[in-house]
Design a protein around this ligand. Structure first.
Ligand SMILES: CC(C)(COP(=O)(O)OP(=O)(O)OC[C@H]1O[C@@H](n2cnc3c(N)ncnc32)[C@H](O)[C@@H]1OP(=O)(O)O)[C@@H](O)C(=O)NCCC(=O)NCCS
Length: 143
């Protein structure tokens, strides 16, 4: 007999808690590159985002959080995908690819999805065939 393997469930979760976001940042390693120690700032990042898509390990609302795509978008022209993170124990199962697909679907066909890859995620974006932009500019934050 096969053990039951729960389906990964993708959901819009505008009210995701900063504590859950913090845990996933740590479990995915993205905490190295985000202000994961500052719950108040994580809360602002979540409350002012316009598109938060989660991946959970099962259909229940409280199933384990294993992935997130957090974006700021106008749903009309542009969508900045700021944070894509998948729990380390759940990487290489297609969750990151599906979170990007869901982000594009929800942002809509008129909306460009734009992101800056973390250095170690560059091979992932290459593998999923995301086009590169040669003319991106950025004012970086200091923290
Ligand atoms: C980058 C990240 C989101 C990818 O998520 P994932 O769920 O593991 O990716 P997927 O399983 O959907 O991978 C999709 C494809 O990319 C490839 N891929 C994934 N990670 C890769 C890597 N590090 N190097 C090379 N290829 C990679 C997979 O092989 C897969 O291709 P295939 O299905 O044709 O074999 C995840 O590794 C992560 O959270 N990393 C740490 C945080 C981070 O850097 N986030 C990005 C911030 S910009």
């Amino acid at each position: 007999m096969h053990a039951h393997i729960p389906e990964i469930t993708y959901t819009l979760e505008p009210n995701l808690s900063p504590q859950a976001f913090q845990q996933l940042l740590i479990a995915s390693t993205l905490a190295e590159r985000r202000p994961a120690h500052d719950l108040q700032r994580l809360d602002r990042m979540l409350r002012n985002a316009t598109l938060i898509i989660t991946a959970r390990n099962g259909p229940e609302p409280d199933a384990q959080l294993v992935g997130i795509a957090r974006s700021v978008t106008d749903f009309a022209y542009c969508c900045y995908l700021s944070d894509l993170a998948v729990h380390q124990a759940f990487q290489h199962r297609g969750i990151g690819r599906q979170l990007i697909h869901q982000t594009r679907l929800h942002a809509g066909p008129e909306t460009s999805v734009i992101l800056i890859a973390a250095p170690k995620a560059i091979p992932f974006y290459e593998a999923i065939g995301m086009p590169r932009h040669p003319a991106a500019f950025i004012y970086r934050t200091e923290s």
